[in-house]
Design a protein around this ligand. Structure first.
Ligand code: SIN
Length: 298
């Protein structure tokens, strides 16, 4: 059986990636990621960011609302401290970047291009920042400008992380026209939680982004629409908690999947999902992902 998949000129040993923001170098103390397709680092910005006021995470019955606000140590510290440790993990590493403007995306790309990462995920979908983030990902012209500038500064693979738009055709086509190698979607869905007793918002930044099992059907919808409108490989993200969830995204045509909230519940979830996919393929006599997808009716 062969679970490998290709994005651009890069082969990944299987389709399972850990999503940006759900692990750090410390997660590597709890789990061996060498059996995964790859891992995506927390979105980095040029300058360090404190992030949004606490509380930043609120658990809902079927998911999690976060408003981290892109807290990160900034690119210098990331390159010096976080990335070398993550690069020693024997799997492919994709660096996620989040600029406040085109120039910042370019500068981040130039710096990351000098490292051994496999690719860059361009975060165009964070709902928790005042400038940029999801505002870029909703506007085809911004997507074109940013992806084009990133493309001009790296030959590494570029993945565009897009927001949960129900009609994403224009955005997907903007990413495709300007040289992205793949798109990943969806990021979290804007959400609010209020405390009935205190009369306050549960999240310090007021609103946040919902992830986890609650959003899986919406993610499947958006991913399916994207697949129908592009020839680019599509990476499905949203509420994947086990191998069956991952297989649903592959079944509708996704090339890979990213696991986010699931990692917060179980740092080893990625390995369990790879094993579950292997077991399923073995049981059904399926030799690779292309054959699995040919068997589907989508
Ligand atoms: C955050 O840092 O607020 C989350 C990142 C994202 O949703 O892209």
């Amino acid at each position: 059986m062969n679970l490998s998949v290709k994005i651009g000129n890069m082969t990944f040993k299987n389709p399972v990636l850990l999503a940006s923001g759900c692990f750090s170098k410390h997660t590597l103390d709890f789990t061996d990621v060498s059996g995964l397709g790859g891992i995506i680092t927390k979105s980095v910005t040029m300058k360090p960011r404190e992030g949004n006021p606490p509380p930043r995470i609120f658990e809902t019955p079927c998911g999690v609302i976060n408003s981290i606000g892109l807290a990160n140590p900034g690119i210098d510290e990331f390159l010096k401290d976080e990335l070398p440790c993550i690069l020693s993990s024997q799997t492919r590493v994709i660096a996620s970047i989040a600029g406040a403007d085109v120039d910042e995306y370019v500068e981040l790309t130039r710096l990351i291009n000098q490292t051994d990462v496999t690719g860059i995920e361009v975060n165009l979908s964070c709902p928790n920042v005042e400038r940029g983030g999801v505002e870029f990902g909703k506007d085809p012209e911004s997507v074109k400008r940013i992806v084009d500038s990133v493309r001009n500064n790296t030959s590494k693979i570029i993945i565009c992380k897009l927001p949960p738009l129900f009609d994403n055709r224009k955005i997907v086509s903007a990413a495709e026209q300007t040289g992205a190698d793949a798109i990943s979607l969806i990021n979290t869905i804007p959400a609010l939680a209020v405390n009935f007793e205190t009369g306050k918002f549960e999240i310090g930044g007021k609103s946040g982004g919902l992830s986890g099992p609650a959003i899986k059907p919406i993610a499947l919808y958006c991913v399916y629409n994207a697949i129908k409108s592009t020839n680019l490989p599509v990476i499905g993200v949203g509420g994947i908690m086990n191998a069956r969830d991952a297989l649903e995204f592959l079944l509708i045509g996704a090339m890979m999947v990213e696991i986010g909230t699931g990692v917060l519940v179980d740092p080893d979830i990625g390995n369990k999902i790879v094993k579950g996919i292997e077991e399923y393929f073995c049981k059904e006599g399926i030799k690779d992902i292309a054959e699995f997808q040919r068997r589907s009716r989508f």
